[in-house]
Design a protein around this ligand. Structure first.
Ligand SMILES: *Cc1c(COP(=O)(O)O)cnc(C)c1O
Length: 368
């Protein structure tokens, strides 16, 4: 038995997927985004669980896609970031993003030379200015695509910089720009996949569905959409109390002498500290790296200075005594009447902050 593990409920994952599907038209395809170890939930197991249910799996880095293939994932995989390692892309059957003319030229050269097919989606610029080719380059893109029989244009896509809920105008402006690209490509190819919406915008802004949506955080729990579609949290971090003891009144507990017992207390230790993510309570909803970083720093600050409870036993909050250490944390068990061996507590922390070396376990049957 592990001292600490993230328990992932696949039943809730399927439930969330069905709630999301209800928001879409019958023919809208779903790309399930499993980058970042499936937002901490374990990309291999999540991908296998979803393979039969979705149209594409979306990864951010080439090695994430390779890892899925190596572990037997058969579903179509789409790489959202740039790459020019076409050999690896080809041998792992991954569909790639083309984010620049140079990259497109390299792809065409490689596929023509090797006489091997690679499918790709063009990433177009609509107002986020991360990856993406500008509209004035589209004639060039079209020309290159028409002269390559091994590089297969399958899709055209973009990414919203914000949510419909927070900035409707900007989202609409990006959609209008995206429509111009669609008009352009429709003139000569009517079989292209178009996609731009992530979780929140897929839920709140139906006009942005096109033929595919890319769903990340909504699969894993409640997201930041305006409309509440009843998504469920799918993971809980659980820890076994590995050591307990009684402490007399007036004793110091933990580093730094910043906690002194007022009465006789029962204390316990769990083997999780800030190294594994404890103290980083909740991730910001959304996918922007900067907002994640700011939130992360704020949470550390809040945690260290206010000592907010994040540990629960059967729904009852337990105090953390002193600060979490690197790998251990001391908690107050005085409230618990009978302290048994293998007592298990629940820790409220976003899976995204739970170190990858912490075991993930999966529940797939319904609990009665
Ligand atoms: C992460 C990501 C998504 C998924 O975003 P969510 O807000 O988590 O649904 C979609 N598209 C791209 C390009 C991404 O990088």
């Amino acid at each position: 038995m592990s001292d600490i593990y993230l328990e992932v409920n696949l039943h809730n994952l399927y439930y969330n997927l069905s709630k999301i599907r209800k928001e879409l038209n019958q023919h809208t395809m779903i790309m399930a985004v499993v980058k970042g170890n499936a937002y901490g939930h374990g990309s291999i197991e999540i991908s296998k669980a979803l393979s039969q249910e979705i149209d594409y799996l979306g990864v951010g880095l080439l090695n994430e896609g390779v890892e899925l293939r190596t572990n037997g994932v058969k579903a179509p995989i789409f790489l959202m970031g740039p790459t020019d390692d076409f050999e690896t892309v080809y041998s792992n059957n991954i569909t790639i993003s083309i984010c620049s003319i140079t990259q497109l030229e390299k792809l065409i050269e490689w596929t023509n030379t090797n006489k091997k097919e690679i499918k790709f989606h063009i990433k177009v610029e609509t107002g986020m200015n991360r990856f993406g080719i500008n509209y004035d380059q589209m004639e060039k893109v079209k020309f290159l695509c028409e002269n390559s029989s091994y590089s297969i244009l399958e899709g055209v896509y973009s990414h919203f910089a914000t949510t419909y809920k927070n900035n409707k105008k900007h989202v609409q402006k990006q959609k209008d720009k995206f429509d111009k690209y669609i008009e352009f490509f429709n003139q000569y190819n009517n079989k292209i996949y178009y996609h731009i919406a992530n979780s929140e915008n897929a839920i709140d802004y139906k006009e942005a569905h096109y033929n595919m949506v890319r769903i990340g955080n909504a699969l894993y729990g409640p997201c930041n959409s305006k409309k509440n579609i009843g998504l469920l949290k799918i993971a809980n971090l659980k820890a076994r109390v590995v050591y307990t003891k009684k402490v007399m009144a007036g004793e110091n507990i933990g580093y730094g002498n910043n906690y002194k017992s007022k009465n006789e207390m029962n204390i316990g230790i769990i083997s999780m500290g800030f190294y594994s993510g404890l103290g980083l309570i909740k991730k910001p909803l959304g996918s922007k790296f900067s907002s994640v970083t700011i939130y992360y720093l704020k949470e550390i600050y809040r945690y260290l200075f206010k000592n907010k409870t994040v540990i629960y036993y059967k729904g009852r909050p337990l105090d953390i005594l002193g600060k979490p250490n690197m790998q251990y944390t001391i908690i107050d068990l005085s409230k618990i009447k009978e302290i048994q061996e293998n007592l298990e507590v629940e820790i409220k922390v976003s899976p995204i902050f739970v170190q990858d070396n912490i075991k993930r376990t999966y529940i797939s049957e319904v609990k009665s």
